[in-house]
Design a protein around this ligand. Structure first.
Ligand code: ZN
Length: 210
């Protein structure tokens, strides 16, 4: 079995070496291998999100995204802590290894990962975050075609946390319509706007399917 794997890896290395360009399809296993398992509790998030896990009994960090909170303050308390953890997390070794493996090739990334790790190792214009990314917010309506990078926002919000609560008046809202902002991650309000379409079109052109 071990020899079989070795043969597969050698073949893969050869294919990468011979390739003129590479499209990377990145899924959650890559982040899990980096220690950032969003679908099970793991050390990377235990300490940071433990108070929320204990308070609500969430089965995993990502499960919270589908939970109906009783207030926007409670919801954004979690979002702010979770999203900040993603911003603050060191770049995962598998991502660094991946970048090194393809460093001499034209590369484009199509990913369903939403935890910013790909943005650490490849330029933004080479990435299509098909399901969005927690590093951006959008209007929950959405009333306009805009997403906002949220690092400074979640740093400010986490400074106002009281345990698992955030004051309601600190909840971030759309500057135009006043509705609550939500993470730019696919749900029933997900914004497939200009940014998303540009990235998707670039992916199709790069892969020769567009
Ligand atoms: Zn709005």
């Amino acid at each position: 079995m071990r020899e079989d794997r070795q043969a597969v890896l050698l073949q893969l290395a050869e294919e990468i070496h011979r390739a003129a360009a590479i499209v990377i399809g990145g899924g959650s296993g890559l982040s899990s291998a980096a220690g950032y398992d969003h679908y099970h509790w793991s050390p990377a998030f235990d300490d940071i999100l433990g108070p929320f896990r204990d308070n609500y009994g969430f089965p995993s960090p990502m499960a919270v995204f589908y939970y109906c909170f009783s207030s926007f303050g409670a919801e954004w308390a979690y979002y702010s802590r979770y999203i900040r953890a993603m911003w603050d997390a060191p770049t995962g070794q598998p991502y660094l290894d991946l970048r090194a493996m393809v460093s001499d090739k034209p590369v484009h990334v199509l990913t369903t990962n939403v935890d910013r790790q790909f943005f650490r190792v490849f330029p933004e214009e080479q990435i299509c975050a098909f399901q969005g990314d927690f590093g951006y917010c959008q209007c929950s309506q959405p009333c306009r075609d805009a997403i906002w990078e949220n690092r400074s926002l979640v740093e400010a919000l986490t400074a106002q946390l009281d345990g698992v609560s955030l004051p309601e008046d600190a909840v971030p809202r759309c500057p135009d319509c006043g509705r609550v902002l939500v993470p730019w991650v696919r749900d029933d309000t997900f914004l497939e706007g200009a940014y998303w379409h540009q990235a998707w079109t670039a992916t199709m052109i790069f892969s020769g399917t567009g």
